[in-house]
Design a protein around this ligand. Structure first.
Ligand code: S3P
Length: 207
């Protein structure tokens, strides 16, 4: 008789999806941390819809973010941002990339804690500076010294970003590697074991 087929490899994606239920995965962190880039790939990997909160805010306001800041000011933008994120979290599960300031609002953090698993994409200041320099569409960085602004914002925000459920170091390595780390860390958090850990019988057979 042929040997029995080896056990099917564990599918961390399926485990993550069933543990999530209607909860979403929310990426938080500074401008330039890679929330949209990683979020889009993570969503594809999990076969969940990807939503970018900034894009949704722009669609709801029929204006770009710089226009919202210019015409109505930051407090108005923040109110709209909180409303849009609340609405999106009611329609989960999705992978949601939030703007860098969204997690600073306590009400939004509470909603995210209730309806999602949050991942802080933590990037070093030099990585952030290198990335944000490429685009001029971030009103908060239209200052005489954007580098000093990033340093100040990081000082204010990192203690709050740290409250996210999970932290992944965002750095200049292939995006798929960061996505893989997100999948492994989500699996460990939601399902109680590392996603790549082989079943014990496979591990002992390999020894
Ligand atoms: C902001 C970050 C931006 C955008 C807005 C304000 C912030 O989003 O929401 O310009 O306060 O850090 P990204 O983090 O996607 O750049």
């Amino acid at each position: 008789m042929p040997d029995a087929a080896p056990p099917a490899p564990a599918k961390p994606e399926a485990d993550i999806l069933s543990a999530l239920g209607t909860r979403s995965i929310v990426l938080v962190g500074m401008m330039g941390a890679g929330k949209s880039t990683i979020g889009r790939r993570l969503a594809a990997r999990l076969r969940l819809p990807f939503v970018d909160a900034d894009t949704e805010i722009e669609a709801a306001a029929r204006m770009t973010i710089p226009e919202i800041f210019e015409r109505h000011g930051e407090p108005h933008f923040r109110d709209g941002e909180a409303r849009v994120i609340a609405r999106l979290l009611d329609g989960g599960p999705i992978v949601l990339a939030t703007g860098g300031g969204a997690f600073m609002r306590e009400e939004t953090r509470a909603r995210i804690a209730a309806k999602a698993v949050s991942i802080w994409l933590k990037a070093d200041p030099d990585v952030i500076m290198r990335r944000v320099r490429r685009r001029a569409d971030r009103p908060l960085l239209q200052t005489a010294d954007p580098e000093a602004t990033v340093t100040r914002l990081l000082g204010e925000r990192e203690p709050v970003y740290r409250k996210a459920d999970l932290t992944i170091a965002s750095r200049d390595v292939p995006h798929d590697r960061i996505v893989e780390e997100c999948v492994e860390t989500l699996h460990a958090h939601l399902c109680g074991q590392a996603a790549t850990e082989p079943p014990s019988d496979v591990a002992s057979a390999a020894r």
